[in-house]
Design a protein around this ligand. Structure first.
Ligand SMILES: [Zn+2]
Length: 252
């Protein structure tokens, strides 16, 4: 698919060098399928020279290029902007345009639909806690809002299951049992999936109702201070496990 950028979109930029770069990108991509890799290459070729070298690293993507990765470049640049007049703002929006307009229906960044993540984002919005930064911190590593289908561990890169549950995990932690052990863990996880989903729902419902009834004052999100106290009252089982393993909990 080519770049669906209208003249209006491009001419709306006040920085002429940014408009010219977008024209060049549009021409360059005219008869080509714009994959994330190509989009990233064009961004590097035409937009990177327009920003100060100290921000160039924000445009590097350490894994294979993806549309989400390109969206995160836009977000990352946003953190480098010092004011609305910062010339970086226009480059930032040019990247967002490229992310959006490589589909006839503009592409929007999609947040995950896991129910607890959706509720978490809703709470953050209500409490005015910025969330994009939370994802950004680990944009190049693990997305903290992606979970294994069968548990609360993070999934393996590009997969739905974690290292513990994936039947052919490259990080098997039990060389002794090998593939057989991994398959057994996967089956056990599948057997418990219904119970797991019910438990997630139960916890979520209880906490959400409590949060609403307290007019959004209950500390249901993990605090940055006095974490030990929060864990002991709100996550007693984790607290118990830490005690059994004699692990000391500090806020750090
Ligand atoms: Zn798992």
């Amino acid at each position: 698919m080519p770049l669906y950028l209208s003249d209006e979109d491009i001419n709306a930029f006040s920085r002429e060098d940014v408009s010219v770069a977008l024209w060049a990108i549009k021409l360059h991509a005219a008869d080509m399928a714009v994959t994330p890799a190509l989009a990233l290459r064009l961004i590097h070729q035409y937009l990177l020279p327009l920003i100060p070298p100290e921000h160039w690293h924000e445009l590097k993507v350490h894994r294979a290029a993806t549309w989400d990765g390109i969206f995160f470049i836009y977000v990352a640049l946003g953190f480098c902007v010092t004011s609305n007049e910062d010339p970086l703002v226009e480059v930032m929006y040019a990247i967002k345009l490229i992310h959006a307009h490589t589909k006839r229906q503009p592409r929007e960044f999609e947040f995950p639909t896991v129910i607890e993540v959706t509720e978490f984002l809703a709470i953050c919005q209500r409490l005015n806690i910025p969330v994009q930064g939370l994802r950004l911190k680990s944009a190049h590593k693990v997305d903290p809002m992606e979970y294994c289908t069968l548990c609360w561990r993070h999934p393996l890169p590009g997969r739905k299951l974690c290292a513990h549950h994936a039947p052919n995990s490259p990080f098997q932690d039990d060389g002794r049992e090998g593939a057989k052990g991994a398959a057994a863990r996967y089956k056990a996880g599948m057997r418990q999936k219904k119970r797991f989903d019910l438990e997630v729902n139960r916890l979520l419902t209880t906490e959400t109702i409590e949060h609403h009834e307290s007019l959004f004052t209950t500390p249901i999100l993990l605090p940055s201070q006095n974490i030990a106290q929060w864990l002991s009252s709100r996550r007693p089982q984790i607290w118990q496990l830490l005690a059994e393993r004699q692990l000391e909990v500090t806020d750090d």
